[in-house]
Design a protein around this ligand. Structure first.
Ligand code: AMP
Length: 398
């Protein structure tokens, strides 16, 4: 699969619309608490400035219910862009109203206009044609640099691409890097290829699990989802998170792994607690002896050692989903130990998903990972083997 890339587009002096992912976390005072997503967009923006483009930036932020709900305004993003780029950012008052279209029309080389939150307009998530056309009317060239939303057929991601020919639309540097990485990992990994899958539920990652099993050499399961597998094998799992309806699927996945010779690892012990509470009484216990009415909220110390050992000969590691309820200190140790084991391995290490990315930052292992993906849902869909709607329109060779 070959994507049209920004470096192959004639940009000189053009008006460029860049779909970014500025969906950054903010505190209650609208202070940005982590600006990584804004910083990751700078390569593409600077490249356009260097090419004397005038630039229109667009993003969503959160899920506003009402148009112009203040806490979802992109104004704080404009401020941060100003700080990082050291130049004026023209902040639009809305997304596609006449005054904004006029601002876009009058942009000069090097000017940057930031549209208001795309989701202030209902047409965005509905992939509304008229809205997409208005967005497209602002520019000569369309660049998608928003990996995190490329699995959504939204107007600024999918509908808009219909208004640009193959030489006027492309993937930005960030999107191209993410897609290439996952494509390579899934289709051409250096072996042994080990996947660590965690997080809350099997249901959220079912397709990805089905798709991973034939590709990997080993799969390590942690987090809440492990209990559906353990129950399927006949363990008493107390009040741990279990999706009973998925027990047949869990058995199918394990049978498939066995048939293909894929080593399938489940926790051998867990940290069990009396309640889902950071103050709850908790203790490590083997998975054979989880007390009735208790729940497993982290992998145990023996499992962390076992998993670390299973990672030792890996040449490629793909990790998606925490090993426990890492938001509570008491249940974060298993995830931290796996984070350190992944970081200290000699493998190519790819971390996907917001929680896991957050986790490796907290554990201080961020710089040791080969690649941290910005998009959770999008990276899962790539692992599932899907072509993302926002990427499809930018493919120039299958
Ligand atoms: P996901 O969005 O599916 O990747 O799940 C991430 C969430 O899974 C995190 O918020 C964790 O707190 C949660 N999680 C991990 N392990 C467990 C567990 N054993 N029981 C309940 N929730 C868990």
């Amino acid at each position: 699969m070959k994507l049209q890339e920004i470096k192959n587009i004639d940009l000189a002096g053009k008006k460029v619309f860049i779909r970014c992912d500025f969906n950054v976390p903010m505190d209650e005072y609208s202070n940005i608490t982590d600006d990584r997503r804004i910083r990751s967009a700078l390569n593409t923006i600077r490249y356009c400035i260097d090419n004397d483009c005038s630039i229109i930036l667009a993003s969503h932020l959160g899920r506003p219910k009402e148009p112009f709900e203040d806490k979802y305004s992109l104004k704080p993003v404009a401020k941060r862009l100003h700080t990082l780029l050291k130049q004026e950012i023209i902040m639009a008052k809305n997304v596609v109203q006449d005054d904004t279209l006029e601002l876009a029309k009058n942009l000069q080389a090097g000017d940057i206009l930031l549209l208001e939150n795309l989701r202030y307009n209902k047409g965005e998530t509905k992939n509304d044609e008229e809205f997409a056309e208005k967005l497209a009317s602002m520019a000569d060239v369309y660049i998608n640099d928003a990996f995190g939303v490329s699995h959504r057929a939204h107007a600024s991601v999918e509908g808009i691409t219909k208004h640009f020919d193959a030489n006027s639309k492309a993937a930005g540097f960030l999107l191209a890097k993410e897609i290439q990485f996952f494509h390579h990992i899934v289709h051409n990994p250096k072996r042994p290829f080990v996947s660590i899958v965690g997080g809350s539920k099997v249901s959220g990652k079912l397709e990805a699990l089905h798709n991973l099993v034939p590709k990997v050499d080993k799969i390590l399961i942690g987090g809440g989802m492990a209990f559906t597998f353990l129950k399927a094998l006949g363990h008493e799992v107390g009040n741990s998170l279990v999706e009973d309806d998925l027990i047949p699927e869990a058995l199918k996945i394990m049978e498939e792994a066995k048939k293909l010779g894929v080593k399938f690892y489940l926790p051998v012990d867990v940290v069990a607690a009396e309640a889902f509470d950071k103050e709850a009484f908790a203790k490590p216990t083997t998975t054979q002896e989880i007390p009735k009415n208790w729940m497993g909220l982290d992998i145990g110390p023996a499992t962390a050692l076992l998993f670390a050992q299973a990672l030792e000969d890996a040449h490629t590691i793909l990790w998606n989903g925490p090993m426990g309820v890492y938001e509570m200190d008491k249940f974060a140790k298993g995830s931290a130990k796996i984070s350190h084991a992944v970081a200290s391995s000699y493998a190519t290490t790819v971390v996907g998903g917001g929680d896991t990315a957050d986790l490796v930052r907290v554990t201080g292992d961020e710089d040791e990972m080969t690649f941290i993906s910005t998009g959770g849902g999008a990276s899962l869909e790539l692992i599932e083997g899907k072509v993302l709607p926002g990427v499809k329109a930018l493919v120039i060779e299958e």
